[in-house]
Design a protein around this ligand. Structure first.
Ligand code: NAD
Length: 489
């Protein structure tokens, strides 16, 4: 990470504080490179405590005015933001693809569309939200949902605008004001969102955004005494630091953390029908989705045929130019992350595994030589208790493990510190549901994966996080329930 003085209007993204575009008070910059080529695409302010203080102050000042609007008025603002974002949907997809290295097709269908949908969805949810009433024999209780105050919204690099909009929309919809801190590795669409918010004419200070590192900008934001709630999505290790920093002043907290999800293939699974979806569940976004199934547990009666079909399907994936609409897999996010994934490939061999496919650099055009590339990797022969099968790799690498009984599959699935998601593939959905109920995860899909209804709870158990987002769960987190009990006359 380099820092430089001065500023280049073509390359430099600003912070957005109180409706103004400003640079870091310290004058420092962080270079942002394209993951697919290694070339510099932008610079972001290296914000520090002063910048955090300024952003929180603006959010605090904007609070009372924003909170005084009706829910219909706030929902109207969310719809307006969605409309303008939608006009720029192709730009969102291109920027996200450039900034993350993911294929443009995925950036369009997953990231861009969902970012618009998040604002629309929460506009509708907030419009439909009713105060609850509980009648007693001689009194009435009215439960109101009030804003919490100023929120810190901290997001990772794998689904940048998708996850940021998933927090901003319900947070401001419920009457809070916020300071966002997107990942320093993927700042581009966060900047676009702020420009859209400005174009929409949202009151200044309702949404503020500072760029910077986790330690220099994220840490001070989480600890700030005027921040009342923290919504964090990122790694489990970071999540535990954030939890500690937020706990001392009893901030409300939502933590969406890492995973090591199991994909369970039962003996009655129709492999030909489901193989494409199972491969997608393993390698979408180069395996850099918290929900990806990185441990595939296969009934031993079909293990060999699954292995053959799976490896064939993985080898058919097209890896290369993220701008090409035919591309299935792009590059990893950073040189450091590539090194981490490669270290797990080496570890797999040390642990006695066999690399069935991948593990090396794919053949790609010279334009991408400076990027962070690795072929999708499938490993066989490792114990479910090996480090490769227990630790989150968060890349295009999966391990295969045979099992004999449904109970054994459940036991392996539950055997890690994580508990985010899982999927089960079977011709017998009743049997699938029985297994799902015994899995220690927040979410299970049967014969599908990442099939999202935005009304349902999203989140993990164990070291995968605390709390739930989605639908009424987000509305609950981003508000304080207050009961007023009125005695009958
Ligand atoms: P990360 O934890 O390194 O960073 C996430 C964000 O936290 C970034 O904005 C970073 O700058 C900030 N940060 C870092 N240190 C901080 C600190 N001390 N205080 C405050 N903020 C700090 O995660 P990442 O590498 O960006 O993302 C990958 C991880 O995110 C994976 O573990 C993945 O499973 C997880 N993830 C989880 C979900 C989910 O919904 N459960 C979704 C996406 C990603």
């Amino acid at each position: 990470m380099e820092t430089k003085d001065g500023c280049d209007p073509l390359l430099d993204l600003p912070n957005h504080i109180g409706g103004e575009e400003v640079f870091a008070t310290g004058g420092d910059w962080i270079i942002n490179n394209a993951p697919s080529t290694g070339e510099m695409i932008s610079r972001i302010p290296r914000s520090n405590q002063n910048d955090v203080d300024n952003a929180v102050k603006c959010a605090k000042e904007a609070g009372p005015g924003w909170a005084s609007l009706t829910k219909e008025e706030r929902a109207g603002w969310l719809d307006k933001i969605a409309d303008i974002l939608e006009q720029r949907i192709d730009e969102i997809a291109s920027l996200e693809s450039l900034d993350t290295g993911k294929p443009i097709r995925i950036a369009r269908a997953v990231d861009a569309e969902r970012s618009v949908a998040n604002f629309r969805f929460y506009a509708k949810q907030i419009r439909e939200l009713e105060d609850e009433e509980f009648r007693m024999k001689n009194a009435t209780n009215r439960v109101l949902r009030r804003p919490v105050g100023v929120g810190a919204l901290i997001t990772p690099w794998n689904l940048p605008l998708y996850l940021l909009s998933w927090k901003v929309a319900p947070a401001i919809g419920m009457g809070n004001t916020v300071v966002c801190k997107p990942s320093e590795l993927t700042p581009m669409t966060a900047d676009l969102m702020m420009k859209v918010i400005k174009d929409a004419g949202l009151p200044d200070g309702v949404v503020n955004l500072i760029h910077g590192t986790g330690v220099e900008a994220g840490g001070p934001l989480v600890s700030h005494p005027d921040v009342q709630f923290v919504s964090f999505t990122g790694g489990t290790t970071t999540g535990s630091i954030v939890a500690k920093d937020a706990a001392t002043s009893f901030k409300k907290m939502s933590l969406e953390l890492g995973g090591k999800n199991a994909t369970i293939i039962l003996d009655d699974c129709d492999l030909d029908r489901h193989m494409e979806a199972i491969v997608r569940a393993s390698f979408l976004n180069q395996g850099q989705v918290c929900l990806c199934g990185s441990r595939i547990l296969v009934h031993d009666s079909i293990y060999e045929s699954f292995k053959q079909k799976f490896v064939d399907a993985v080898e058919r994936l097209q890896i290369g130019d993220p701008r090409n609409p035919e591309t299935d897999l792009g590059s990893l996010i950073s040189p450091q992350h590539l090194e981490k994934v490669k270290s797990y490939v080496h570890l797999a061999i040390e642990e006695g595994g066999t690399i069935l496919t991948g593990g090396g650099v794919p053949s790609i055009s010279s334009e991408f030589e400076g990027g962070n590339w690795i072929s999708p990797t499938v490993v066989d022969g490792l114990s479910p208790e090996s480090r490769c099968a227990m630790e989150e790799i968060f890349g295009p690498m999966v391990t295969l493990h045979p099992f004999t009984t449904d109970e054994e599959a459940i036991q392996i699935s539950n055997g890690t510190r994580y508990g985010l998601a899982g999927s089960i593939w079977t011709n017998d959905s009743t049997r699938g549901e029985k297994i799902a109920k015994k899995m220690d995860t927040g979410m299970v899909w049967i014969n599908t994966w990442l099939h999202r209804d935005l009304r349902v709870p999203f989140g993990g158990v164990k070291d995968s996080g605390i709390g739930r987002e989605g639908g009424k769960w987000s509305l609950g987190f981003y508000s304080e329930a207050t009961n007023i009990c009125i005695m009958d006359d």
